[in-house]
Design a protein around this ligand. Structure first.
Ligand code: WQD
Length: 338
């Protein structure tokens, strides 16, 4: 299929390009490089030896979207382009609604003009909010606790209503748990611009000497070691879930949500130990109070994705830690060469 990938130069987008090309799909990237660099595509091109069409543009720019959709004529769109920092979303709510919600609307209108009716959406397990039961299945009530989470849920609602309004429309809503890890080549990976918000990139920067100490946000949760439990998912498994969603969308109609996780969960301490083992480095830690808005446990019931997408995670914790370390140690400044 011909697949347009918005946000294709980002962390998850870049890994997805490689998996799509490996399965014979033709790809085109649409990215405004607000949180990525064109060097990513140089590396993906050399890893794949394939053709990647690319356009620079913002998902709120209808004219630019019309141009790429008319030129490339995609059969489907994978929509990664969006903002994802929970803390920043509380400070800049209108910016988040604009990019994540209006951006999705603008994209859908441009797709309608180009006759493209299939969309795979980069959603988040954060749409569920405080668990009423665990593991979360897709029927769990949705009650996000952040502006960011609400933008994702609103975009999901728009996509569901859009898909229901035409027989041949498909929206696949992929609710990611906690993506970590990097490609086996160590050529692409996560490259946070400022202080990392997330656990794994923070641990990786401590291991490589860029930061002194990992702050553990709370050791008084009702979990075996007192730290938060999360369902970490290797980014290559996550990328493959998008390829599975593209295959599914070829024959499905309407909107459908899928949890993309492993069904297992690990604590902050488990992640630190796995990383120390993979890197041979000590990770100094300091326990501090809980981070506002954090919940104790997030864990996926990923059985729907297995049954309907024929997808399941294959990479375990050791590989998540080892691939993160390989990427971080070989690219200490990310895509910025020293
Ligand atoms: C994991 C665990 C922290 C950093 C967030 C978003 C979510 C999704 C993924 C995009 C928690 C603890 C963390 C640190 C720590 N994003 N931690 N010290 O909060 O589960 O999810 O990222 O879609 O929407 O909310 O991930 O990696 O920030 O935290 O102790 O320096 O690590 O308290 O238990 P989270 P995370």
């Amino acid at each position: 299929m011909r697949v347009l990938v918005t946000g294709g130069a980002g962390y998850i987008g870049s890994h997805t390009l490689l998996e799509l090309m490996a399965q014979g799909h033709e790809v085109c990237v649409f990215d405004n490089y607000s949180n990525a660099t064109p060097d990513v595509l140089t590396r993906v091109r050399s890893l794949s030896n394939g053709v990647i069409h690319d356009y620079v543009g913002d998902v709120r720019d209808s004219d630019k979207l019309d141009e790429v959709l008319q030129d490339f004529q995609p059969d489907a769109v994978i929509h990664f382009a969006g903002l994802k920092a929970v803390g920043e979303s509380a400070e800049k709510p209108l910016y988040y609604y604009d990019v994540n919600v209006s951006g999705t609307l603008t994209l859908l209108r441009a797709m309608a003009r180009a006759g493209c009716k299939k969309l795979i959406f980069s959603s988040s397990a954060t749409v569920y909010g405080e668990p009423e039961y665990l593991p979360y299945d897709e029927a769990h009530p949705t009650n996000p606790t952040s502006v960011y989470g609400r933008t994702k849920l609103m975009a999901e609602s728009i996509l569901s209503d859009w898909a229901a309004a035409g027989d041949d429309r498909t929206a696949v809503l992929l609710r990611y748990f906690n993506p970590v890890g990097a490609h086996a080549s160590a050529q692409i990976g996560e490259d946070p611009k400022d202080v990392p918000n997330n656990l794994m990139p923070f641990i990786a920067q401590v291991a490589v000497g860029k930061r002194d100490v990992l702050q553990v946000f709370g050791e008084d949760y009702d979990t075996p070691d007192g730290t938060g439990l999360r369902d970490y998912i290797h980014v290559v498994d996550l990328a493959r879930a998008h390829v599975a969603a593209i295959d599914y969308a070829a024959n499905a109609h309407g909107a459908r949500a899928f949890n993309i996780g492993t069904g297992l969960s690990y604590s902050v301490r488990d992640m630190v130990s796995a990383f120390e083992k993979a890197s041979g480095q000590q990770i100094p830690t300091k326990t501090v109070p809980r981070r506002a808005g954090d919940i104790a446990v997030m864990q996926a019931d990923a059985s729907r994705a297995k049954a309907e997408l024929d997808w399941e995670a294959t990479h375990g914790l050791d590989d998540m830690a080892a691939s993160t370390w390989a990427w971080q140690s070989q690219n200490p400044d990310g895509y910025e060469q020293r």
